[in-house]
Write a protein that binds this ligand. Structure first.
Ligand SMILES: Nc1ncnc2c1ncn2[C@@H]1O[C@H](COP(=O)(O)OP(=O)(O)OP(=O)(O)O)[C@@H](O)[C@H]1O
Ligand SMILES: [Mg+2]
Length: 360
Protein backbone atom coordinates (compact mmCIF):
# COMPACT_ATOMS: atom_id res chain seq x y z
CA UNK A 1 0.00 0.00 0.00
CA UNK A 2 2.83 2.34 1.05
CA UNK A 3 4.77 1.38 -2.07
CA UNK A 4 1.93 2.23 -4.38
CA UNK A 5 1.69 5.67 -2.80
CA UNK A 6 5.39 6.29 -3.23
CA UNK A 7 5.18 5.58 -6.97
CA UNK A 8 2.06 7.62 -7.65
CA UNK A 9 3.36 10.66 -5.69
CA UNK A 10 4.97 13.27 -7.99
CA UNK A 11 8.75 13.70 -7.38
CA UNK A 12 9.88 16.75 -5.47
CA UNK A 13 12.36 19.20 -7.04
CA UNK A 14 15.20 18.03 -4.78
CA UNK A 15 14.61 14.43 -5.72
CA UNK A 16 14.75 15.24 -9.45
CA UNK A 17 18.01 17.18 -9.03
CA UNK A 18 19.48 14.35 -6.98
CA UNK A 19 18.44 11.81 -9.61
CA UNK A 20 19.97 13.86 -12.44
CA UNK A 21 23.16 14.31 -10.42
CA UNK A 22 23.46 10.59 -9.76
CA UNK A 23 22.79 9.77 -13.40
CA UNK A 24 25.44 12.26 -14.52
CA UNK A 25 28.06 10.87 -12.14
CA UNK A 26 27.22 7.33 -13.19
CA UNK A 27 27.47 8.29 -16.90
CA UNK A 28 30.80 10.04 -16.43
CA UNK A 29 32.29 7.14 -14.45
CA UNK A 30 31.11 4.64 -17.07
CA UNK A 31 32.51 6.78 -19.93
CA UNK A 32 35.94 7.18 -18.37
CA UNK A 33 36.12 3.53 -17.31
CA UNK A 34 35.34 2.34 -20.85
CA UNK A 35 37.81 4.84 -22.33
CA UNK A 36 40.50 3.69 -19.91
CA UNK A 37 39.78 0.04 -20.75
CA UNK A 38 39.93 0.66 -24.51
CA UNK A 39 43.22 2.52 -24.08
CA UNK A 40 44.60 -0.21 -21.87
CA UNK A 41 43.86 -2.98 -24.37
CA UNK A 42 45.34 -1.03 -27.31
CA UNK A 43 48.94 -2.31 -27.51
CA UNK A 44 50.09 0.58 -29.71
CA UNK A 45 48.89 3.33 -27.38
CA UNK A 46 52.12 3.71 -25.41
CA UNK A 47 54.00 3.80 -28.68
CA UNK A 48 51.67 6.50 -30.05
CA UNK A 49 52.05 8.70 -26.98
CA UNK A 50 55.83 8.36 -27.15
CA UNK A 51 55.82 9.12 -30.87
CA UNK A 52 53.83 12.26 -30.22
CA UNK A 53 56.26 13.46 -27.55
CA UNK A 54 59.22 12.67 -29.82
CA UNK A 55 57.57 14.47 -32.73
CA UNK A 56 56.91 17.59 -30.67
CA UNK A 57 60.51 17.63 -29.44
CA UNK A 58 61.88 17.16 -32.96
CA UNK A 59 59.67 19.86 -34.42
CA UNK A 60 60.93 22.28 -31.78
CA UNK A 61 64.54 21.35 -32.56
CA UNK A 62 64.11 21.71 -36.30
CA UNK A 63 62.31 24.99 -35.87
CA UNK A 64 58.90 24.02 -37.27
CA UNK A 65 56.34 26.39 -35.81
CA UNK A 66 52.70 27.18 -36.40
CA UNK A 67 52.00 23.94 -38.24
CA UNK A 68 48.95 22.05 -37.05
CA UNK A 69 49.35 18.30 -37.39
CA UNK A 70 46.82 15.53 -37.16
CA UNK A 71 47.35 12.52 -34.92
CA UNK A 72 48.54 10.44 -37.89
CA UNK A 73 50.93 13.12 -39.09
CA UNK A 74 52.34 13.32 -35.56
CA UNK A 75 53.25 9.64 -35.59
CA UNK A 76 55.06 10.15 -38.91
CA UNK A 77 56.71 13.36 -37.67
CA UNK A 78 58.53 11.28 -35.06
CA UNK A 79 60.72 10.11 -37.94
CA UNK A 80 61.89 13.56 -38.94
CA UNK A 81 65.65 13.84 -38.96
CA UNK A 82 67.33 16.64 -37.07
CA UNK A 83 70.21 17.74 -39.36
CA UNK A 84 72.26 18.81 -36.35
CA UNK A 85 72.16 15.31 -34.92
CA UNK A 86 73.50 13.78 -38.15
CA UNK A 87 77.23 13.23 -38.12
CA UNK A 88 77.80 12.29 -41.78
CA UNK A 89 78.72 15.06 -44.20
CA UNK A 90 79.73 15.03 -47.86
CA UNK A 91 83.38 14.95 -46.79
CA UNK A 92 82.82 11.56 -45.12
CA UNK A 93 82.11 9.98 -48.49
CA UNK A 94 85.09 9.17 -50.65
CA UNK A 95 85.31 8.30 -54.32
CA UNK A 96 81.72 9.20 -55.16
CA UNK A 97 82.28 12.81 -56.15
CA UNK A 98 80.48 12.43 -59.48
CA UNK A 99 77.35 11.02 -57.85
CA UNK A 100 77.40 13.70 -55.17
CA UNK A 101 77.78 16.52 -57.71
CA UNK A 102 74.96 15.06 -59.78
CA UNK A 103 72.75 14.71 -56.73
CA UNK A 104 73.48 18.27 -55.64
CA UNK A 105 72.67 19.62 -59.11
CA UNK A 106 69.48 17.68 -59.76
CA UNK A 107 67.95 17.48 -56.31
CA UNK A 108 69.39 20.01 -53.91
CA UNK A 109 69.98 22.99 -56.19
CA UNK A 110 66.35 23.27 -57.43
CA UNK A 111 65.21 23.22 -53.80
CA UNK A 112 67.76 25.70 -52.50
CA UNK A 113 67.66 28.13 -55.42
CA UNK A 114 63.99 27.84 -56.13
CA UNK A 115 63.78 31.36 -57.58
CA UNK A 116 66.08 30.33 -60.46
CA UNK A 117 63.75 27.59 -61.62
CA UNK A 118 60.39 29.10 -60.87
CA UNK A 119 59.33 29.76 -64.43
CA UNK A 120 60.27 26.40 -65.81
CA UNK A 121 58.20 23.27 -65.48
CA UNK A 122 61.04 21.10 -66.70
CA UNK A 123 63.56 22.26 -64.15
CA UNK A 124 61.58 21.29 -61.07
CA UNK A 125 63.24 18.77 -58.72
CA UNK A 126 62.38 15.15 -59.60
CA UNK A 127 59.58 13.55 -57.61
CA UNK A 128 61.54 10.37 -57.11
CA UNK A 129 65.22 9.53 -56.70
CA UNK A 130 66.61 6.01 -56.50
CA UNK A 131 70.05 5.04 -55.22
CA UNK A 132 70.87 1.48 -56.19
CA UNK A 133 73.89 -0.77 -56.30
CA UNK A 134 75.65 -3.59 -54.45
CA UNK A 135 75.64 -3.66 -50.64
CA UNK A 136 78.09 -1.58 -48.63
CA UNK A 137 78.95 0.94 -51.31
CA UNK A 138 77.62 4.10 -49.69
CA UNK A 139 73.90 4.43 -50.50
CA UNK A 140 72.75 4.94 -46.92
CA UNK A 141 75.80 7.11 -46.33
CA UNK A 142 74.76 9.42 -49.19
CA UNK A 143 71.23 9.62 -47.81
CA UNK A 144 72.55 10.55 -44.37
CA UNK A 145 74.74 13.29 -45.83
CA UNK A 146 71.78 14.55 -47.87
CA UNK A 147 69.72 14.78 -44.66
CA UNK A 148 72.43 16.89 -43.09
CA UNK A 149 73.31 19.11 -46.02
CA UNK A 150 70.23 19.45 -48.21
CA UNK A 151 68.74 22.21 -46.09
CA UNK A 152 65.25 20.77 -46.25
CA UNK A 153 63.15 18.58 -43.97
CA UNK A 154 64.06 14.91 -44.13
CA UNK A 155 61.62 12.16 -43.15
CA UNK A 156 63.32 8.82 -42.59
CA UNK A 157 60.34 6.58 -43.24
CA UNK A 158 60.44 3.09 -41.77
CA UNK A 159 57.96 0.69 -43.36
CA UNK A 160 57.07 -0.55 -39.86
CA UNK A 161 55.64 2.90 -39.07
CA UNK A 162 52.93 2.33 -41.65
CA UNK A 163 51.79 -1.00 -40.34
CA UNK A 164 48.97 -1.11 -37.87
CA UNK A 165 46.79 -3.86 -36.60
CA UNK A 166 43.56 -2.02 -37.40
CA UNK A 167 42.19 -2.32 -40.89
CA UNK A 168 42.55 0.91 -42.86
CA UNK A 169 44.99 2.56 -40.44
CA UNK A 170 47.96 1.85 -42.72
CA UNK A 171 46.35 3.80 -45.53
CA UNK A 172 45.66 6.74 -43.26
CA UNK A 173 49.29 6.67 -42.15
CA UNK A 174 50.45 6.51 -45.80
CA UNK A 175 48.29 9.52 -46.57
CA UNK A 176 49.75 11.28 -43.52
CA UNK A 177 53.29 10.79 -44.87
CA UNK A 178 52.47 12.86 -47.92
CA UNK A 179 50.30 15.44 -46.19
CA UNK A 180 53.04 15.98 -43.59
CA UNK A 181 55.70 16.29 -46.30
CA UNK A 182 53.59 18.86 -48.14
CA UNK A 183 52.98 20.85 -44.93
CA UNK A 184 56.72 20.91 -44.19
CA UNK A 185 57.96 21.35 -47.76
CA UNK A 186 60.61 21.47 -49.13
CA UNK A 187 61.05 17.95 -47.86
CA UNK A 188 62.53 14.58 -48.73
CA UNK A 189 60.85 11.29 -47.79
CA UNK A 190 63.62 8.71 -47.56
CA UNK A 191 62.88 4.97 -47.61
CA UNK A 192 65.92 2.77 -47.08
CA UNK A 193 65.78 -0.78 -48.49
CA UNK A 194 62.75 0.32 -50.49
CA UNK A 195 62.48 -3.10 -52.17
CA UNK A 196 61.13 -4.60 -48.95
CA UNK A 197 58.31 -2.06 -48.81
CA UNK A 198 57.38 -1.45 -52.42
CA UNK A 199 58.31 -4.75 -54.03
CA UNK A 200 56.52 -6.27 -57.01
CA UNK A 201 52.81 -6.46 -56.43
CA UNK A 202 51.40 -9.94 -56.66
CA UNK A 203 48.04 -11.56 -56.22
CA UNK A 204 49.33 -13.25 -53.06
CA UNK A 205 49.85 -9.88 -51.34
CA UNK A 206 47.84 -9.34 -48.20
CA UNK A 207 44.87 -7.09 -48.95
CA UNK A 208 45.98 -4.40 -46.50
CA UNK A 209 49.50 -4.35 -47.98
CA UNK A 210 48.20 -4.17 -51.52
CA UNK A 211 45.93 -1.28 -50.61
CA UNK A 212 48.75 0.54 -48.85
CA UNK A 213 51.03 0.18 -51.89
CA UNK A 214 48.30 1.42 -54.21
CA UNK A 215 47.58 4.37 -51.95
CA UNK A 216 51.25 5.23 -51.75
CA UNK A 217 51.56 5.24 -55.53
CA UNK A 218 48.51 7.36 -56.12
CA UNK A 219 49.56 9.89 -53.49
CA UNK A 220 53.00 9.99 -55.06
CA UNK A 221 51.41 10.72 -58.42
CA UNK A 222 49.48 13.51 -56.76
CA UNK A 223 52.76 15.33 -56.17
CA UNK A 224 53.15 15.69 -59.92
CA UNK A 225 50.05 17.78 -60.42
CA UNK A 226 51.26 20.66 -58.27
CA UNK A 227 54.35 22.15 -59.90
CA UNK A 228 55.20 24.21 -56.85
CA UNK A 229 55.16 21.22 -54.55
CA UNK A 230 58.68 20.44 -53.40
CA UNK A 231 58.45 16.94 -52.05
CA UNK A 232 60.90 14.28 -53.17
CA UNK A 233 60.69 10.58 -52.42
CA UNK A 234 64.16 9.07 -52.19
CA UNK A 235 64.79 5.36 -52.01
CA UNK A 236 67.83 3.13 -51.64
CA UNK A 237 68.04 -0.53 -52.53
CA UNK A 238 70.46 -3.23 -53.51
CA UNK A 239 67.74 -5.21 -55.26
CA UNK A 240 66.29 -2.83 -57.88
CA UNK A 241 65.00 -5.81 -59.86
CA UNK A 242 62.54 -6.54 -57.04
CA UNK A 243 60.95 -3.12 -57.24
CA UNK A 244 57.56 -2.76 -58.83
CA UNK A 245 57.78 -1.35 -62.34
CA UNK A 246 55.25 1.31 -61.46
CA UNK A 247 57.50 2.42 -58.61
CA UNK A 248 60.49 2.51 -60.95
CA UNK A 249 58.53 4.84 -63.22
CA UNK A 250 57.99 7.20 -60.32
CA UNK A 251 61.73 7.35 -59.70
CA UNK A 252 63.10 8.76 -62.92
CA UNK A 253 66.36 10.02 -61.40
CA UNK A 254 68.53 7.05 -60.63
CA UNK A 255 72.06 6.87 -59.32
CA UNK A 256 74.01 3.67 -59.74
CA UNK A 257 76.46 3.31 -56.90
CA UNK A 258 78.68 0.49 -58.00
CA UNK A 259 81.59 -1.32 -56.37
CA UNK A 260 84.48 1.15 -56.16
CA UNK A 261 87.20 1.17 -58.83
CA UNK A 262 90.90 1.11 -57.90
CA UNK A 263 91.04 4.90 -57.74
CA UNK A 264 87.88 5.08 -55.65
CA UNK A 265 89.22 2.42 -53.31
CA UNK A 266 92.36 4.45 -52.84
CA UNK A 267 90.28 7.51 -51.93
CA UNK A 268 88.17 5.47 -49.48
CA UNK A 269 91.30 3.99 -47.86
CA UNK A 270 92.80 7.44 -47.59
CA UNK A 271 89.66 8.67 -45.83
CA UNK A 272 89.42 5.69 -43.47
CA UNK A 273 93.10 5.87 -42.47
CA UNK A 274 93.28 9.67 -42.28
CA UNK A 275 93.01 9.89 -38.51
CA UNK A 276 94.87 6.67 -37.70
CA UNK A 277 98.53 6.09 -36.97
CA UNK A 278 99.83 4.77 -40.27
CA UNK A 279 103.43 3.94 -41.17
CA UNK A 280 104.91 6.42 -43.68
CA UNK A 281 105.91 3.54 -46.00
CA UNK A 282 102.34 2.40 -46.57
CA UNK A 283 101.51 2.46 -50.27
CA UNK A 284 97.77 2.97 -50.55
CA UNK A 285 97.86 2.49 -54.33
CA UNK A 286 99.15 -1.06 -53.90
CA UNK A 287 96.60 -1.76 -51.16
CA UNK A 288 93.84 -0.46 -53.46
CA UNK A 289 95.10 -2.63 -56.31
CA UNK A 290 95.15 -5.77 -54.17
CA UNK A 291 91.67 -5.22 -52.80
CA UNK A 292 89.85 -5.74 -56.08
CA UNK A 293 86.12 -6.44 -55.66
CA UNK A 294 85.93 -4.93 -52.16
CA UNK A 295 83.10 -2.59 -51.26
CA UNK A 296 83.54 0.51 -49.10
CA UNK A 297 82.23 -1.41 -46.13
CA UNK A 298 84.70 -4.30 -46.80
CA UNK A 299 87.54 -1.78 -46.90
CA UNK A 300 86.50 -0.38 -43.55
CA UNK A 301 86.34 -3.85 -42.00
CA UNK A 302 89.70 -4.70 -43.54
CA UNK A 303 91.32 -1.59 -42.03
CA UNK A 304 89.78 -2.41 -38.67
CA UNK A 305 91.32 -5.89 -38.89
CA UNK A 306 94.73 -4.41 -39.74
CA UNK A 307 94.49 -2.01 -36.80
CA UNK A 308 93.55 -4.92 -34.53
CA UNK A 309 96.69 -6.78 -35.61
CA UNK A 310 98.73 -3.86 -34.25
CA UNK A 311 96.81 -3.93 -30.98
CA UNK A 312 97.33 -7.68 -30.68
CA UNK A 313 101.09 -7.25 -31.20
CA UNK A 314 101.34 -4.64 -28.53
CA UNK A 315 99.31 -6.74 -26.09
CA UNK A 316 101.34 -9.91 -26.66
CA UNK A 317 104.61 -7.97 -26.47
CA UNK A 318 103.59 -6.39 -23.18
CA UNK A 319 105.44 -7.61 -20.13
CA UNK A 320 106.08 -6.37 -16.61
CA UNK A 321 109.82 -5.89 -17.35
CA UNK A 322 109.39 -3.86 -20.51
CA UNK A 323 106.06 -2.14 -20.30
CA UNK A 324 105.35 -0.74 -23.69
CA UNK A 325 101.69 0.11 -24.01
CA UNK A 326 101.98 2.27 -27.12
CA UNK A 327 100.31 0.73 -30.14
CA UNK A 328 102.57 0.63 -33.18
CA UNK A 329 101.46 2.27 -36.45
CA UNK A 330 99.66 0.25 -39.11
CA UNK A 331 102.13 -1.21 -41.62
CA UNK A 332 101.71 -2.29 -45.23
CA UNK A 333 102.11 -5.90 -44.12
CA UNK A 334 99.12 -5.62 -41.74
CA UNK A 335 96.92 -4.25 -44.49
CA UNK A 336 97.91 -7.00 -46.93
CA UNK A 337 97.34 -9.67 -44.27
CA UNK A 338 93.90 -8.23 -43.55
CA UNK A 339 93.10 -8.19 -47.28
CA UNK A 340 93.99 -11.87 -47.59
CA UNK A 341 91.87 -12.73 -44.60
CA UNK A 342 88.91 -10.78 -45.99
CA UNK A 343 89.33 -12.39 -49.43
CA UNK A 344 89.27 -15.85 -47.87
CA UNK A 345 86.13 -15.14 -45.91
CA UNK A 346 84.47 -13.57 -48.97
CA UNK A 347 85.30 -16.62 -51.10
CA UNK A 348 83.99 -18.94 -48.44
CA UNK A 349 80.65 -17.16 -48.21
CA UNK A 350 80.39 -16.90 -52.00
CA UNK A 351 80.86 -20.63 -52.44
CA UNK A 352 78.20 -21.31 -49.88
CA UNK A 353 80.54 -23.09 -47.49
CA UNK A 354 78.64 -21.51 -44.62
CA UNK A 355 75.53 -23.31 -45.78
CA UNK A 356 77.06 -26.61 -44.67
CA UNK A 357 78.08 -25.43 -41.24
CA UNK A 358 75.81 -26.93 -38.63
CA UNK A 359 73.74 -24.14 -37.23
CA UNK A 360 73.75 -25.48 -33.70
N1 LIG B 1 82.29 5.76 -50.58
C1 LIG B 1 82.50 5.52 -49.29
N2 LIG B 1 83.25 6.37 -48.56
C2 LIG B 1 83.48 6.14 -47.26
N3 LIG B 1 82.98 5.10 -46.57
C3 LIG B 1 82.22 4.22 -47.24
C4 LIG B 1 81.93 4.39 -48.63
N4 LIG B 1 81.13 3.37 -49.02
C5 LIG B 1 80.91 2.62 -47.95
N5 LIG B 1 81.57 3.10 -46.86
C6 LIG B 1 81.56 2.50 -45.52
O1 LIG B 1 80.72 1.38 -45.55
C7 LIG B 1 79.67 1.50 -44.59
C8 LIG B 1 78.38 0.99 -45.18
O2 LIG B 1 77.92 1.85 -46.19
P1 LIG B 1 76.37 2.07 -46.47
O3 LIG B 1 75.59 1.82 -45.23
O4 LIG B 1 76.19 3.37 -47.11
O5 LIG B 1 76.10 0.90 -47.50
P2 LIG B 1 74.82 0.68 -48.39
O6 LIG B 1 75.20 0.96 -49.79
O7 LIG B 1 73.68 1.41 -47.82
O8 LIG B 1 74.64 -0.88 -48.22
P3 LIG B 1 73.29 -1.72 -48.14
O9 LIG B 1 72.79 -1.83 -49.54
O10 LIG B 1 73.72 -3.03 -47.59
O11 LIG B 1 72.37 -0.99 -47.22
C9 LIG B 1 79.60 2.98 -44.24
O12 LIG B 1 79.20 3.17 -42.93
C10 LIG B 1 81.02 3.45 -44.47
O13 LIG B 1 81.77 3.26 -43.30
MG1 LIG C 1 71.94 0.84 -46.82
Amino acid sequence: MVHGEAFSRPLSRNEVVGLIFRLTVFGAVTYFTIKWMVDAIDPTRKQKVEAQKQAEKLMRQIGVKDVKLTEYEMSIAAHLVDPLSMLVTWSDIAGLDDVITDLKDTVILPIRKRYLFENSRLLQPPKGVLLYGPPGCGKTLIAKATAKEAGCRFINLQPSTLTDKWYGESQKLAAAVFSLAVKLQPSIIFIDEIDSFLRNRSSSDHEATAMMKAQFMSLWDGLDTDYNCQVIVMGATNRPQDLDTAIMRRMPTRFHINLPSTKQREAILDLILRNERVDSHVDLQEVARSSDGFSGSDLKEMCRDAALLCVRDSVTGYSEESPCEAIRPIKQQDLLKAINKMKKSKNATNQGVLMHVALD
